[in-house]
Design a binder for this molecule. Structure first.
Ligand SMILES: C[S@@+](CC[C@H](N)C(=O)[O-])C[C@H]1O[C@@H](n2cnc3c(N)ncnc32)[C@H](O)[C@@H]1O
Length: 262
């Protein structure tokens, strides 16, 4: 981690607000925190999905990797064990379960995921609101095949997993959905690409759309992309959780940026 990034993480820890919502005056964000962030219910879906994660973590078979994302470029075309992908690429359960609760609470009619990997976050999101139409984009065909198995095991085989680089699949997915309600951007963690995804997705957003960006402190570039996004006047509320960044476009509320210790 370079000095700039270390300073930003330090600043986050110094300035972030308590996760129980103390001192937060926005009723919208306060309600979200009380209903979603601090909900400690053990939903039965958690156990189903975590059982599959455990199986993936124990799966020693190898697949050919074709990762287009930042940070994994050197692994292109190489063999990689499923257990290694499971331990390095999947959203930790704390954050995947937050996505589940966010979706359970907001009930989006559709969900778009960029970066399926082995299907764990997709399963959480889809089970958060099983009636939602769900599209998940993945560049690597072999990884996507494993994700299909995950969706079967988690009873969410209705997730439409589309294989291809985001540059080839994103526009069609957006066209098919018409308007997007919930988007999780979790692949190709590079500044310019992330900004481009934001700009491409924005015309399909409505005032209730929620965009979630993963790894916003992963690199200086990702942090700068996050700063670009939250500075946009179309974004009304942003919540920085250090690992995830969440943005809302709701009209009629004062533009505000929150940092919450999660
Ligand atoms: C961090 S993993 C996703 C993890 C998953 N969302 C989860 O939490 O369970 C990112 C995935 O995005 C895919 N990916 C990265 N860049 C891509 C691109 N430009 N086009 C298509 N897929 C890409 C990678 O192959 C990888 O499987």
């Amino acid at each position: 981690m370079n000095t700039f990034l270390a300073q930003q993480v330090f600043r986050y820890f110094l300035t972030s607000q308590h996760k129980r919502g103390h001192g937060i005056h926005s009723p919208f964000v306060y309600n979200l925190i009380r209903s979603v962030f601090i909900d400690t219910t053990k939903y039965p879906e958690y156990a189903t999905i975590e059982k599959v994660r455990t199986q993936l973590l124990g799966n020693k078979s190898s697949i050919t990797l074709q990762d287009f994302g930042a940070g994994s470029q050197s692994l292109q075309g190489t063999q990689r064990r499923i257990c290694d992908i499971a331990s390095s690429s999947l959203s930790p359960k704390k954050y995947a379960q937050l996505l589940f609760r966010l979706i359970r609470y907001t009930k989006p009619s559709n969900i778009l995921e960029m970066g399926t990997s082995l299907g764990i976050s997709g399963a959480y999101m889809s089970l958060g609101h099983p009636h939602a139409r769900c599209i998940s984009l993945e560049g690597s065909a072999e990884i996507a095949r494993v994700a299909q198995q995950t969706t079967l095991q988690c009873n969410c085989s209705h997730i439409d997993i589309r294989i291809g680089q985001f540059s080839e699949t994103l526009s069609q997915a957006l066209e098919d959905l018409g308007t997007v309600d919930f988007v999780f951007v979790d692949g190709n963690h590079q500044k310019d690409a992330t900004i481009e995804y934001f700009e491409t997705i924005f015309p399909y957003c409505n005032e209730h759309t929620i965009l979630v960006f993963d790894d916003i402190y992963w690199s200086q570039g990702m942090f700068e992309a996050w700063q670009y996004i939250i500075a946009d006047t179309r974004v009304r509320i942003s919540i920085d959780l250090c690992k995830l960044g969440i943005v809302f476009f709701r009209t009629g509320i004062v533009k505000q940026d929150f940092r919450i210790r999660y």
